[in-house]
Design a protein around this ligand. Sequence first.
Ligand code: NAD
Length: 311
Amino acid sequence: AQKTVLITGCSSGIGLALAIKLARDKQKRFKVYATMRNLSKKEKLEKAANNILGKTLEIKQLDVCDEESIKTCVNNIPERRIDILVSNAGMGLIGPIECQTIDEMKTVMDTNFFGLVRLLKEILPDMKKRKSGHIVIISSVMGLQGILFNDVYAASKFAVEGFCESLAIQALQFKLRVSLIEPGPVITEFEKKVYEDGMKMDLSAADEETARMFADVYLKNYNQIFQSLGQSAEEVAEHTVKIILTENPPFRHQTNTLYTPVTTLKYADPNGNLPIDSFYKMVFHHDRIFHASLNFFKLLRWSSRKNIAST
Ligand code: NAD
């Protein structure tokens, strides 16, 4: 039978790419409810969906920060049956905390963390009753490892990861599956918006040294990191489809093999100093090492693309 999939945040990026990939499945195994906060932004998805719109793909309104909108959306799905929930909606925030307001930080936590909690409060009880369901969460490598000037974003993704680790134990009893998808940098609206907000940020509340670190070191290297390591939304969607189709899906899945050496640093040192020292040296003391690593990543990326092309 066709599986029902509900995905949040489908007006752009990974959500849009995943909705299209699943709805275009040749064997028509999925009925996709592609949801978005603001339906006036549905044009891009509608265009990409084209002939499958109203068939294997339907567009619905859902704001993960609004419990009523979640309830209305779920109530409008036949028998409220959601076999696969993909929690994808999210937002970023970069910069020194001295220059961010508590309200801005709360919006990030409310979207990235409480957004998932609200979805599950509505959808999990039905899944438990049916003793079937797959909860897929688009987390991030920043759910495993903090990165300079991403303090609050990393905290929101750590919250997601801790929550899911706890939930996954209970889920076993109900035969539910939980999978965290952990992309590295992905080239989407997200990264553009975060960068633009960073460029516009009023740094007057920060001391000179911090402002310099952010503007002259972090922002200057930001685009290079995305260029050399960044995946496309389609690549992340492909990984997610594979996890959805796997019989016994893993709890964690990193989508970017070029990034894995970085996350591995965390597990190589139980004291936790190795990744912190490495990031520090890379960014501040050995600018040349940093650029050499970026070039190395570019080379790896180029050769892996060549290998894929030749197979
Ligand atoms: P994106 O900005 O294209 O997509 C995020 C979507 O979430 C947008 O369509 C946005 O409108 C939506 N959204 C925001 N607040 C919402 C709300 N309250 N209710 C419903 N929808 C809301 O960026 P993306 O890169 O496709 O991001 C998707 C997910 O991937 C996010 O959870 C993000 O944290 C994660 N991620 C992104 C990157 C990256 O580098 N781009 C890396 C790792 C993880």
